[in-house]
Design a protein around this ligand. Structure first.
Ligand code: ADP
Ligand code: ADP
Length: 232
């Protein structure tokens, strides 16, 4: 089963002299229940790939599929709905609402969609992420690692088909990064969550099942069962 795939996607920014081809006919599959890391030099197209796969940005050519839905066929409104229901995001900046508690932050996307999480699922996700005793706290009362665990729990709560994480450990020290990655790994192993993570950190990539290497808008290499040593 494939959670998401790209078929020869291209992304061009600008026109004429300022034209940049950020992605050049990239094809890739993200199998369900797999944790993929995406690495590559700055400007190689990692963020663009993530944004296009997640439906945050439209491709210039090719097809993006989330499950059995091709995003190019959707209106902006339908695309927003699909993102809400079937895609989770985690960003480098924790992006929590400062006035809301951890619990309210975790529930926010569902609240915006007008629904509530199933209680047992909420408890399982927040428990799995070690947040049970922190749920009543606001972001400024949480450590960076705890804030990012809230952000990942929030991304998982709708049981999305796929979660995209753009350098989720970029603002964390190495110990806290390892802790967050252990929780992310556990969500793959325990919940069968599919995750695609952009990272610069070889030790972060070591938590993934597979690493894709991007250069100049192309996938130039792929490694299965990576370790930090192999990635370096
Ligand atoms: P990475 O995430 O690997 O650093 P990006 O996807 O951010 O790479 O960028 C790929 C290329 O596309 C770079 O040359 C970058 O300058 C360019 N780019 C990215 N976003 C935009 C944008 N919104 N407008 C113009 N060029 C962009
Ligand atoms: P990353 O951490 O992935 O390298 P960047 O710092 O390259 O991210 O990009 C941050 C944001 O700026 C992204 O949303 C990207 O689309 C945009 N961006 C990147 N390069 C350009 C560019 N040359 N012109 C306009 N926007 C850009």
């Amino acid at each position: 089963e494939v959670a998401s795939r790209a078929v020869a996607i291209s992304k061009v920014y600008g026109t004429g002299d300022t034209e940049v081809k950020a992605l050049d006919e990239v094809s890739v599959e993200f199998p369900a229940g797999q944790f993929t890391a995406v690495m590559g030099p700055s400007g190689s197209g990692k963020s663009t790939l993530l944004h296009c796969m997640a439906g945050l940005d439209r491709v210039s050519g090719g097809e993006v599929w989330i499950g059995d839905t091709e995003l190019g066929s959707l209106s902006d409104r339908r695309l927003t709905m699909l993102r809400r229901e079937r895609v989770g995001f985690v960003f480098q900046a924790f992006n929590l609402v400062p006035t809301l508690t951890a619990a309210e932050n975790v529930e926010l996307p569902l609240a915006i969609a007008g629904t509530k999480p199933e209680r047992s699922w909420f408890e399982r996700v927040t428990g799995e992420f070690g947040l049970t005793k922190r749920l009543g706290h606001r972001p400024n009362e949480l450590s960076g690692g705890e804030q990012q665990r809230v952000a990942v729990a929030r991304a998982l709560l709708s049981r999305p088909t796929i979660v995209f994480a753009d350098e989720p450990t970029g603002n964390l020290d190495s110990r806290t990064s390892a802790e967050l990655l252990t929780f992310m790994r556990r969500s793959v192993d325990e919940f069968g969550q599919t995750i695609v993570m952009v990272t610069h950190d070889p030790s972060a990539a070591g938590y993934a099942d597979r690493v894709l290497f991007l250069a100049d808008g192309h996938i130039v290499d792929e490694m299965t069962d990576p370790t930090a040593e192999k990635v370096l």
